[in-house]
Design a protein around this ligand. Structure first.
Ligand SMILES: CC(C)(COP(=O)(O)OP(=O)(O)OC[C@H]1O[C@@H](n2cnc3c(N)ncnc32)[C@H](O)[C@@H]1OP(=O)(O)O)[C@@H](O)C(=O)NCCC(=O)NCCS
Length: 171
């Protein structure tokens, strides 16, 4: 990576130990722990383990995990995940701290990570998987130019239940 990805109000940067606080904020949300590896209401130690996992993603070839920073404050996280790289696909996922929402940060982070994703060798398509009720995520995807490719019935197990997912694809 030559320059850290940025767009509008946000810059994307790598995780540091100070982001344990961000992890603990994200873990207060009822949904975020269901869609990733962050435990619900994590202890400091659980949050630290999760931050380390984000930090090792790149070296382990799992993907690229970024902190979304706005005015030097960590407001959320966005990742480019490579589990479907053998099919030419990168999968993007994102979360914003509950108290930082509806300020355009998810949209700007998505606009920042998309050109970065195109620089990753082997990526020919970028996908987002969004539950239909998740209006904020759908709007952020659409505002970043992603296209709805339709509903995938019972596609992801989230919270022990197979849930329908909308598939959004990069412009
Ligand atoms: C979904 C999420 C990432 C949105 O983050 P955000 O920073 O608030 O999103 P933005 O501020 O960029 O908002 C994008 C658009 O969605 C709208 N929006 C945001 N939250 C909304 C909500 N709960 N209901 C309806 N619209 C919403 C915004 O108003 C904006 O639209 P506008 O510009 O037309 O007004 C955030 O709510 C979150 O982290 N949720 C929990 C984790 C999650 O769902 N991650 C995504 C999994 S696919």
């Amino acid at each position: 990576m030559t320059e850290p990805p940025a767009h509008g109000s946000v810059a994307l940067r790598e995780f540091t130990e100070a982001d344990i606080r961000l992890a603990r904020e994200l873990g207060q949300d009822p949904y975020i722990p269901l869609i990733g590896k962050l435990p619900a209401r994590p202890t400091r130690q659980e949050a630290e383990v999760w931050v380390r996992r984000q930090q090792s993603a790149r070296a382990e070839g799992r993907g690229f995990a970024f902190v979304i920073s706005a005015n030097e404050t960590a407001v959320g996280t966005i990742g480019l995940w490579l589990r479907k790289l053998s099919e030419g696909i990168g999968i993007v996922g994102y979360s914003i701290s509950p108290e930082q929402r509806r300020r355009g940060f998810a949209t700007d982070a998505l606009k920042a990570i998309t050109p970065f994703a195109w620089t990753v060798t082997g990526i020919e398509r970028i996908e987002l998987y969004i539950e239909p009720w998740n209006r904020g995520s759908v709007r952020a995807a659409e505002k970043a130019g992603y296209r709805n490719e339709g509903l995938l019935p019972a596609h992801h197990e989230i919270g022990g239940v197979l849930r329908d997912m909308l598939l959004y694809v990069s412009p």
